[in-house]
Design a protein around this ligand. Structure first.
Ligand code: MF3
Ligand code: CO
Length: 291
């Protein structure tokens, strides 16, 4: 918020409009919110119309890869095979899987089974079997723009308890989405997610959250699902972030696999489920970018 623009200068957002007819009132409101002690986004995480278009193109690839996995995932398949599909389908459409080499991550996707909370590393030794639940997390770069989403899949006949966990984890996202609107707070969304999980007898992982995304794989803000209404960053039009809570059937504690430095597991060995959507804050609510 350091740029001092004149009323008749072109707006910083790239619209081509005069500042006074575009983001001037917006910036003044942001300054008032900041002065009142709230966390407000910097201009660089507010996407321009052109950037949003690019991110949506990336998301088309992201969604198509997840749709393809949904059709083909089955008992007996290794998570390595899923990863290979992610690589092949993404590159065929001109994109590239963002996880490879991201902070040293060794594969093209994350595949997290049962008591794995997230960041499961695809392997030829992990074979899907009847009764498993798995999160497949796909992150895509296309023309420099990023998209990121994940879904849960049930392999064959799954126990009612696991089925319910998967269903409630999806519903947590819907509860969170209801709170996504301009001039609300990320904490409104976070608390809605948490309360819904909690009222169903589950816990929400604290250490790992969502993130801003679009021009980078992971941008500000960091997004918690254990936050409180009226706190955390203000949501404003043009912000894009992920809602991706990890919902545990048992206790909230997790640990990271020492051997690979990535994969999170539930401490008590009980199952965990996660879905991820990428969401844009609009003038009157939100738009789902990838899911
Ligand atoms: N898709 C994960 C997320 O939602 C990415 C984790 S980083 C990776 O943020 F390197 F493991 F891909
Ligand atoms: Co993400």
């Amino acid at each position: 918020m350091s740029i001092k623009l004149g009323r008749n200068d072109k707006c910083w957002c790239g619209s081509g409009k005069k500042y006074k007819a575009c983001h001037q009132a917006f910036d003044e409101k942001m300054i008032r919110m900041k002065d009142a002690g709230h966390i407000v986004p910097e201009h660089d995480i507010i996407k321009t119309a052109e950037q949003i278009q690019g991110i949506k193109e990336s998301a088309k690839v992201n969604i198509a890869v997840l749709d393809y996995i949904a059709e083909h995932i089955k008992e007996g398949m290794s998570t390595e095979e899923i990863d290979k599909i992610v690589y092949e389908k993404t590159t065929l459409m001109g994109g590239f899987p963002a996880p490879l080499n991201y902070q040293g991550f060794p594969k093209h996707s994350c595949t997290s089974v049962n008591n794995q909370v997230c960041h499961g590393i695809p392997s030829k030794d992990v074979i899907l079997k009847e009764g498993d639940i798995i999160n497949v997390d796909i992150s895509t770069r296309l023309n420099g723009y990023y998209s990121d989403s994940s879904r849960m899949f049930c392999i064959g006949k799954v126990s009612p308890a696991k089925k319910r966990l998967v269903k409630v984890a999806r519903e947590c996202i819907d509860e969170g989405l209801k709170e996504v609107k301009p001039w609300g707070f990320l904490g409104d969304m976070g608390q809605a997610v948490h309360d819904y999980a909690f009222s169903n007898g589950y816990t929400v992982v604290r250490e790992i959250g969502g993130h801003g995304i679009g021009l980078e794989f992971h941008e500000d803000p960091w997004v918690s699902y254990n936050s409180t209404r009226g706190t955390e960053m203000l949501m404003v039009p043009g912000m894009i972030f992920t809602i991706e809570p990890m919902i545990n059937m048992g206790g909230v504690e997790i640990f990271i696999d020492d051997a690979n430095g990535w994969t999170a597991y539930t401490e008590d060995g009980k199952p965990s489920a996660q879905w991820e959507v990428q969401v844009l804050v609009t003038e009157d609510g939100y738009e789902i970018i990838s899911y």
